[in-house]
Design a protein around this ligand. Structure first.
Ligand code: PDD
Length: 288
């Protein structure tokens, strides 16, 4: 199944799927979303993603459907899609109503679940690593649209990615307004230096990645030291390794940042090790 759509509990093919042009998700990006994936056909870290979904919705005062109902819909849509492994995107918008910015005028939220085949990043990408650009655009500060909210408005990341793609890079690593490293356009970042892992602290304004949390917890359990702190881009020049983490990427090595190579310009063993740890944990969890 290339793509299966669930709109408020009704399954349909994408060509039959209809959402109103008056929906506030379409008009204003007034929505929240999550992306999960399956291992062995089963959703991984669903609880953590739904917890974050609830936190995002609460910050925006968007009403989510009942959690048990939502979980059932996620499972049944994944099952109906029948993929080996699925990518699943869950979206709840503030819904429709009159054309006005006023959120109190919405007539009720809309739930859409999109399920498609999970497409693995190619092996060569993990073997070669990716190149990231540091764009001019800064990550929006938490006092504006807090990056901790996974809203449907991704323009900050889109602008950063546009700059990166135009400059010939794979992704962008955004700084905050004070010049501290925040995160990539849809992934968190880690640095490995002198036998210790470092990642930007949540307080500076980043999405609390489910994979970021897993890496912190599992790396610590495997005896690696991890520190959440301020990181400035200059620190990358002496780092042994830099890597991105996300649900879809797992752990992706970064070999170039702007014009500068990371260490030798080749992926290092730490990114590989952490990816193996995540995969082993995922398989163990879905088998439990
Ligand atoms: N993106 N930071 C941002 C801005 C993200 O959009 C994401 C996830 C992450 C990593 O979070 P997690 O480990 O929970 O996937 C960090 C998803 C994959 C997406 O939008 O497709």
């Amino acid at each position: 199944m290339p793509l299966l759509v669930n709109i408020d509990g009704t399954l349909c093919r994408p060509e039959e799927a209809v959402v109103s042009v008056l929906d506030r998700g379409f008009l204003y990006g007034d929505s929240v979303y999550e992306v999960i994936r399956t291992y062995k056909g089963k959703p991984f870290t669903l609880k953590e993603h739904l917890d974050r979904f609830e936190r995002s919705a609460a910050r925006l005062d968007i009403r989510l459907p009942d959690r048990d109902w939502l979980e059932k819909q996620i499972h049944s849509t994944i099952e109906a899609a029948g993929n080996d492994e699925s990518y699943c995107r869950i979206i709840v918008t503030r819904g429709g109503g009159p054309i006005t910015l006023d959120p109190t005028k919405s007539t009720g939220s809309l739930t859409v679940i999109l399920v498609k085949e999970y497409e693995h990043f190619p092996d060569w990408m993990y073997a070669a690593g990716i190149k990231v650009h540091i764009p001019m655009i800064r990550r929006n500060p938490p006092a504006a649209l807090d990056p901790a909210i996974k809203s449907g408005n991704y323009l900050n990341s889109i602008l950063a990615l546009l700059e990166a793609r135009r400059a010939g890079f794979d992704d962008a690593l955004m700084l905050d307004v004070l010049g501290r490293v925040t995160e990539a356009t849809s992934a968190n970042v880690f640095m490995y230096h002198q036998k210790k892992l470092y990642t930007p602290a949540l307080r500076i304004g980043i999405l609390e990645g489910v994979t970021r949390r897993l890496v912190i917890d599992l790396a610590s359990r495997h005896g690696f030291e991890v520190e959440e702190c301020d990181i400035f881009p200059e620190q990358f020049w002496t780092a042994r390794e830099v890597m991105l983490t996300s649900t879809l990427k797992e752990v992706m090595p970064v070999v170039q940042i702007g014009d500068a190579r990371v260490n030798t310009g080749k992926p290092g063993p730490m990114a590989k090790k952490l990816r193996e740890i995540i995969q082993a944990y995922a398989h163990q969890q879905v088998n439990a």
